[in-house]
Design a protein around this ligand. Structure first.
Ligand code: 26Q
Length: 824
């Protein structure tokens, strides 16, 4: 299979060493005598990259010749994390590399951790895109990701005096995983005006003219599959000033400075990832990013299609484009523009192609996260697109009116244009209208979008346009890489690593639930993972935690709807209880470590206040001699993908406690259970399906249901609402200054006491605390506890992103896998 020029798989440690050292000495120009871990990482990455690239080239060639339908996944976020361990897994021969590195005086784990995370995402949505790429390649789907090559990923979080401080994440100093394609560029137009004129045949045509041009440059990242040579492509666009005579003129006329300034202005488009998660802020630069990336990607996709010389009506049989939330919605009017203004198709023909091409995934029902852009802004930046959006809307509203002649209000409700001042373009509506399928990301969420934000559209298009694809995670990264010992234990019982390709095979583990040796090893692995996390906590916070205590973890973006405030109030409640206990009572307590992690959007004051409170509580509790090991409160700074790989295998309990109906799916819930931890959670998002799969005896559910939320909120505002008594004493403690200046936390407390408790913290508090008491009791019976954990792991097969991708492929994309050629 390997031609005579291609590097062979490492046949020995010596061969790996030879190539690694060659890269260190030549590609990196470093002497072996001052080779530190970073240089060893570089050499190792390059040696593995050489193998990856061979498969990558073959895959691309194979896909071009096969010329079948391809999937394009458009996402403004790809939260990839580190690549080397994944490359080693997929290329193979990690053991050889381990031996080779050891001969060179290094430990493979230390080398892997040298790599900077590729942190081009905020949270769940970006990590989902990364898991999808892994599954698409592993299942041999011909698929490309398209995104932006941000120079700065999500900021690094430092905690200084208990406050979050944001530090820029400049990550591109050394990135062996990207290939700059300086020959693959697209000119992207902004601003300008529209000219309408008659062409030679007397047809009215529009042309977008003037304005400015920014160049998009392609950077390609290989995405290897597991257990297959298929290696797909992730194409990220970087912005650059268009090179042309214009610059030379400026240089020549002595305007050097302003020419450089133009260049910098162009480069700011791809400079930084917006750090908002589930919040949209209407900034012009963000809209520029969106169009820049959509236009470059579509140009690329259309260029590839046109090489096949097929008629335009074949486009949707060759191309499926999935929109990861509304961020790429401008791709819809952009494709329509290409087809009518540049390719000369008539409107209806073009529109039918557009609708068949796109699918749209919704990730939220939170009103503050639904994207809207002001009409004047779009008019200014993208004048031709605004016209097309208006025409799409006109056609759509005429269609609605024909079918619903009596419903006058309906037109205003479903119009893409919101008649506010200024007028706004509702991107989610445009995405629904321009796609053939709309999906939510967990059953409850998919039901909710049909009855809330898209209710009218269900009436207009019928229910079949709406579907559910419950999220999943890749078991390669989230089981095998993050928890190698558990993966090995499972493989030893299941007769190999087949479960990493078919996660439903985990069900065979149930046969071992009573197997003494298996149970013991399962527990030992969990303990070892807790020791590893405890070591990390000690290193960065200086606090010692007891690995035998119950590890209770909540790591995710800080957001009011995710309710980290409920968790920390619960912790304070526990602290107050411990302070009142007799020595005998203390002896009966289950020792706990409450661990938090997550970033707050830099402008989200309430979220930052929550971080501050957690840190202040930790400062007081961790120093309190009365408490000792019974309670520790830890904030792990800079939560990211590589931290998650240490944290997820180390939980006894993890918290997924959003107000019912607010968390679309959640995916860390899946990661924790797959790694042998249990969940405390609300009936929200994928928690519901996790419960259905693993059984309600193996999960701790609490709180009000989604169907009760409206009424409860109403009661807060108009009814006779009583603050929960225990919560009141927590607030009294905060107000007393027990955790520092009480004034700092007044907005947090008053939001609940005075301003309607929108997230229903008080309503769920008693049930939350009671459930934690049940967890304490359950944890005392370790035998029963382990049974629950093992049973849950065995029943998690459904939550593989492989299952999820197969569902998209069949229900939405209509694409088939392409078997890799055995011979290059
Ligand atoms: C929009 C406009 C302007 C600036 C930023 C944004 C923006 C950025 C990121 C809006 C939303 C996001 C991210 C949303 C997100 O991560 N949603 C999560 O998606 C997961 C995968 O489906 C779900 O599991 C989570 O429930 C959902 O919150």
């Amino acid at each position: 299979a390997w031609n005579k020029y291609a590097p062979k798989p490492f046949e020995s440690a010596e061969e790996f060493e030879r190539e690694t050292v060659k890269h260190i000495e030549t590609t990196l120009a470093r002497s072996l005598y001052n080779c530190d871990e970073l240089a060893a990482y570089g050499g190792t990455a390059l040696a593995f990259r050489d193998r990856l690239v061979i498969d990558w080239n073959k895959t691309q060639q194979n896909q071009t010749f096969a010329d079948q339908k391809r999937v394009y996944y458009l996402s403004l976020e790809f939260l990839m994390g580190r690549a080397l361990d994944n490359a080693m897994l997929n290329v193979g021969h990690k053991e050889t590399a381990k031996q080779g590195l050891s001969d060179l005086g290094f430990r493979v784990e230390d080398i892997i951790t040298q790599e900077h995370d590729a942190a081009l995402g905020n949270g769940g949505l970006g990590r989902l895109a990364a898991c999808f790429l892994d599954s698409l390649a592993s299942l041999n789907y011909p698929a490309w990701g398209y995104g932006l090559r941000y120079r700065y990923g999500i900021f690094k979080q430092e905690i200084i005096d208990g406050y979050q401080v944001e530090v820029p994440d400049y990550w591109l100093d050394f990135n062996p995983w990207e290939f700059a394609r300086h020959d693959i560029t697209v000119d992207i137009q902004f601003y300008g005006h529209v000219n309408k004129y008659q062409d030679d045949e007397g047809k009215m045509v529009c042309s977008w003219e003037g304005g400015e041009i920014v160049q998009a440059v392609a950077f390609d990242v290989p995405i290897p599959g597991y257990g297959t040579p298929t290696t797909n492509n992730l194409r990220l666009w970087a912005s650059k000033a268009a090179s042309g005579e214009f610059d030379f003129q400026k240089f020549n006329s002595g305007e050097y400075e302003s020419s450089v300034a133009d260049q910098q202005r162009a480069e700011t488009i791809s400079a930084v990832l917006y750090p908002n998660d589930n919040l949209e802020r209407g900034k012009e630069l963000r809209l520029k990013q969106q169009y820049f990336w959509c236009a470059a990607s579509l140009y690329d996709i259309v260029r590839r299609f046109k090489k096949s010389k097929r008629p335009w009506k074949d486009f949707p049989n060759q191309v499926a484009i999935q929109l990861n939330d509304t961020h790429p919605t401008l791709a819809i009017p952009e494709l329509q523009r290409i087809l009518i203004d540049q390719e000369g198709l008539d409107w209806d023909e073009a529109w039918s192609i557009v609708q068949k091409t796109f699918g749209y995934t919704n990730h939220t029902v939170l009103p503050e996260a639904l994207e809207k852009w002001s009409v004047p802004l779009i008019q200014h930046l993208l004048p031709r697109h605004l016209q097309i959006i208006y025409d799409i809307n006109l056609n759509f509203l005429q269609y609605v009116e024909r079918n619903n002649p009596k419903d006058r209000d309906l037109l205003g409700r479903v119009s893409i244009i919101e008649e506010s001042n200024p007028k706004m373009v509702r991107m989610a509506y445009l995405a629904v209208i321009g796609s053939h399928k709309v999906n939510g990301v967990a059953e409850l969420h998919s039901d909710l979008i049909k009855t809330t934000i898209f209710k009218d559209f269900v009436k207009i298009y019928g229910p079949d346009k709406f579907a559910n694809v419950t999220n999943g995670i890749t078991p390669r990264r989230w089981l095998h890489q993050a928890n190698p010992r558990l993966s090995e234990l499972i493989a030893s019982k299941l007769g190999g690593y087949g479960f990493l390709k078919d996660l439903t095979l985990l069900h065979k583990l149930e046969a071992y639930v009573d197997d003494k040796d298996f149970r013991k090893e399962f527990q030992e692995i969990k303990y070892a993972n807790k020791v590893r996390l405890a070591r990390h906590i000690k290193e960065v916070t200086g606090v010692s935690v007891n690995p035998s205590a119950l590890f209770d973890i909540q790591v995710k973006r800080i957001h009011e709807y995710k309710r980290q405030q409920l968790n920390i109030f619960g912790v304070i409640h526990r602290y107050l209880a411990i302070k009142k206990m007799s020595p005998e009572e203390k002896k009966k307590m289950t020792p706990r470590v409450s661990i938090f992690g997550g970033k707050a959007a830099p402008g989200y004051w309430m979220a930052k206040t929550v971080i501050h409170l957690i840190n202040e509580v930790g400062r007081v509790v961790n120093a309190d001699k009365d408490v000792g090991d019974l309670l520790k409160v830890i904030f792990v700074e800079d939560y990211n993908v590589s931290k998650a790989e240490i944290i997820c295998p180390a939980s006894d309990i993890s918290e997924h406690i959003s107000t019912a109906g607010t968390e679309a799916s959640g995916t860390s819930n899946m990661k924790f259970v797959l790694n042998g931890g249990l969940i405390i959670g609300t009936c929200d998002g994928a928690n519901i399906e996790i419960t259905r799969e693993i059984g309600e005896n193996n999960i701790f559910l609490f709180g009000n249901l989604a169907e009760d939320v409206d009424e409860l909120r109403h009661a807060h505002l108009y009814g006779n609402f009583q603050l929960d008594k225990e919560l009141e004493s927590v607030f009294d403690a905060i107000r007393s200054g027990m955790f520092g200046d009480a004034g700092q936390f007044s907005a947090l407390v008053n939001g609940i006491v005075e301003h309607g408790d929108y997230y229903l913290v008080s309503d769920d508090f008693a049930s939350y605390c009671k459930t934690h008491d049940m967890i304490d009791e359950a944890y005392k019976d370790q035998e029963e506890w382990v049974t629950k954990c093992i049973t849950a792991v065995a029943r998690m097969g459904f939550f593989s992103s492989d299952r999820c991708i197969d569902e998209y492929a069949e229900m939405i994309w209509n694409v088939e896998p392409l078997q890799p050629k055995a011979d290059g």
